[in-house]
Ligand binder design. Sequence first.
Ligand SMILES: [Zn+2]
Length: 257
Amino acid sequence: MEKVILISIDGMRPDGFLNCGNPFAQEMMKIASYTLNGSTVFPSVTLPCHTSLFHSVTPQRHGITTNLYIPFARPINGLFEQIANHGGVSAMYYGWEPLRDVSRPESLKFSAYINAYTEESSDTSLTDMALYRIEKSKPDFVFLYMVETDEKGGHDNGWMTPAYLERISMALDNVKRVYEACGDEYTIIVTADHGGHDRAHGTDLPEDMTIPMFYIGKRFEPGRQLEGISILDIAPTIADIMSVTPAREWEGRSLAK
Ligand SMILES: [Zn+2]
């Protein structure tokens, strides 16, 4: 089973990525197949968007339209469940507690949560924990979720402010560490769940709905720009790379060659 790391950087706008001043942003555009014009789903809110990411259907289908989880009226297996059904080992590291509901019980072998407001540099600590587990256990799939860009950047200071851009740069430092430690063994996918404007998000404005996505690994041509892709394509792409069957209901398509 080919191995994948998915990194979600909450609220990272494409222009925030481009203007954060971290030199690794330029490097990512050279080593990845990528887009700076990807689409998320409406409402552009963290739990609805991540539920769509992992289940490859829109909020209209899965029914989660706020940050309050409710069981699906018509259940769909998500990426974690499909990987577990194929005998794969998954790990998840996350800085915002409601994200626990993107997988169902028994589909994770490793999981850790740190509250971003009670620990400074929670994103860095989560990255440390993910890298420790990768070195020790080599999970087949690792999901690393960083929230400081959104909470301490966008909401506390405003999207595209210097403080927000600094949080993106800090997140990219962590992406760089993951790439340098794991880039030979893992395909690495980096995305955002949504953008933002002023000090909020959730609307259908382009500032909220447009996300960057990066696919780094042997299945992806370096430096190639991808067009017309959506957050719904991430789960089918990861399943394809890992030789995991997608659930019948999934609506996205694989971008892997
Ligand atoms: Zn937010």
